[in-house]
Design a protein around this ligand. Structure first.
Ligand SMILES: Nc1nc2c(ncn2[C@@H]2O[C@H](COP(=O)(O)OP(=O)(O)OP(=O)(O)O)[C@@H](O)[C@H]2O)c(=O)[nH]1
Ligand SMILES: [Mg+2]
Length: 475
């Protein structure tokens, strides 16, 4: 069993071992060095989804500025990477394998590069360096639209995203925009509909999350409006002034103008806002966003900062960022280790050599032995309902193996202000109960094995909470 940095150390050692065996094989050695470097780099998160599902908008919302998409790139097959860098710049990687340095400038809708004019399908990756705090821990990858999945297999874009990235944010409009669209019709606002749209949508997502087909494929489902989130993050004083101006119009009158984009932009609204200014607001916030923002101004968000904060909260962006931190960033060592193992295994099978058997054995031992992976496997099985625990122990097991975050308080379901002593007691109690289950002969084998994994997670917590970290390095 490995714990702490054990898994990462094991993967690091394996990569060096492989590098030693492939030292005379430039292509393979290069791949391995690349994987070694990647262990030290920020976690890679790909944003994927169908055509116009809001990928670029969400990426901008996470970044807090409008950088995507990059104009001057034929996007059919291009992955656009956004990574932290000292100064703006980009590297284009096309099918000929020769990297090309490009200048990056801001455009009206995002960024722009002046490339040489690639043939369709020629540009595979555009790596944009952009100095921002948002990218210190994460590299974000904007991906081409996933084609409608009609066949059984995964879409090629998803395949590639899973290979290039450590984690995936997959956007779907189902159960979200259909809700918002329904709310655009003649629903009565006092019925609670309109302004709760995201909440409604969120409840719908919760239901979706309990659907085993969704649960088996993703770690978490949540509702998020990239448009509203981005508008919240980039809201300027002029935007606030325009929205405050709109909010002064009596509600029934404004609502009548907000039934469609045409009506909103057309003359007739009794405000001192030009048609261009209204069109710009609509472009930034959408009809739903304008309606939400004006209602918020009316009900107390009387400054730019207050409105911005509330828009971000209502958009679901705060929850999304917390989930990304909890489920991806906090687990980045494990996720990166997994990416490296997948890469090494692929390389060993593509370029077999005398040490292949031995190295594949080492990969297998790490995969089977690492407790972090056992936790992820159990989580997937629990989410898909494959273990057969009753609802309550199933939920507790998910929590204890890190399904809601890997910090001790998150695993133990404790309040944030719980003392170390309280956490330790919770861990001891949980360990005792799950150890009992692991040894309960009336349970099925799959349940006892699952309980064993949970009990080990509890033991890890007990050690972690028992005092200053001790590294057990036998002499
Ligand atoms: N209602 C609503 N509209 C959104 C949301 N996110 C984005 N949009 C709008 O949907 C359109 C497409 O958004 P993009 O972010 O360009 O979508 P994309 O997935 O990057 O599109 P492609 O790269 O062309 O596939 C734009 O008009 C956005 O304003 C959202 O959360 N809710
Ligand atoms: Mg896009």
């Amino acid at each position: 069993m490995t714990s702490g940095r054990g898994l990462e150390d094991a993967v690091w050692a394996l990569l060096h071992e492989a590098l030693h065996h492939y030292r005379d094989h430039p292509w393979a050695a290069d791949r391995l060095r690349h994987e070694l470097a990647r262990l030290e780099e920020p976690l890679r998160v790909a944003v994927a989804g169908g055509w116009r599902s809001g990928k670029s908008t969400l990426l901008n919302a996470i970044m807090g500025e409008q950088v995507a998409p990059v104009a001057g790139v034929d996007g059919e097959d291009t992955f656009t990477w956004y990574e932290d860098g000292p100064a703006p710049g980009a590297t284009a990687w096309s099918t000929d394998g020769v990297p090309q340095e490009l200048a990056v400038t801001r455009s009206a809708t995002g960024l722009r590069v002046d490339g040489p004019g690639w043939r369709p399908g020629e540009l595979r990756d555009l790596v944009v360096r952009w100095p921002t705090r948002a990218l210190r821990q994460l590299t974000l990858i904007d991906t081409p639209a996933v084609a409608d999945p009609d066949e059984r297999g995964r879409a090629p874009v998803v395949e590639r995203a899973l290979r290039d990235a450590d984690a995936l944010l997959y956007l779907t409009r189902d159960g979200r925009d259909s809700d918002l669209r329904a709310l655009d019709s003649e629903r009565d606002e006092t019925g609670g509909g309109r302004i709760d749209a995201l909440l409604t949508a969120r409840q719908l997502v919760r239901r979706q999350q309990r659907d085993p087909r969704v649960a088996a494929r993703c770690v978490h489902a949540l509702a998020c409006s990239g448009t509203v989130g981005l508008a919240g993050r980039t809201l300027g004083e002029a935007d606030f002034a325009a929205l405050a101006e709109l909010a002064r119009v009596p509600r029934p009158e404004l609502d009548a103008h907000l039934l469609s984009a045409d009506r909103f932009v057309r003359a007739g609204l009794p405000v001192g806002l030009s048609a261009d200014a209204r069109a710009a607001l609509l472009e930034r916030l959408g009809l739903f966003g304008v309606r939400l923002a004006t209602t918020l101004v009316r009900t107390g968000c009387d400054s730019r900062v207050k409105l911005s904060t509330e828009l971000i909260r209502r958009s679901g962006l705060t929850e999304l960022r917390e989930s990304v931190n909890r489920l991806f960033v906090d687990r980045q060592g494990t996720l990166k280790a997994r990416s490296a193992l997948v890469a090494v295994e692929g390389l060993l099978r593509a370029e077999p050599g005398p040490a292949t058997g031995e190295l594949l054995g080492a990969v297998e031992r790490i995969v089977a032995g690492a407790h972090e992976f056992a936790e992820l496997r159990l989580l997937a099985a629990l989410r898909a309902g494959r273990v057969g625990f009753a609802a309550e122990p199933a939920a507790e097991a998910q929590r204890l193996v890190g399904g809601e975050g890997t910090a001790p308080a998150a695993r133990l379901g404790a309040e944030h202000d719980a003392t170390a002593r309280q956490l330790w007691e919770l861990a001891v109690d949980a360990q005792w109960r799950w150890r009992e289950r692991a040894e309960d002969p009336t349970l099925r084998l799959v349940q006892r094995r699952g309980a064993e994994v949970v009990a080990r997670s509890c033991e890890g917590l007990i050690v972690e909470l028992a005092g200053p970290p001790r590294r057990s390095t036998p002499a």
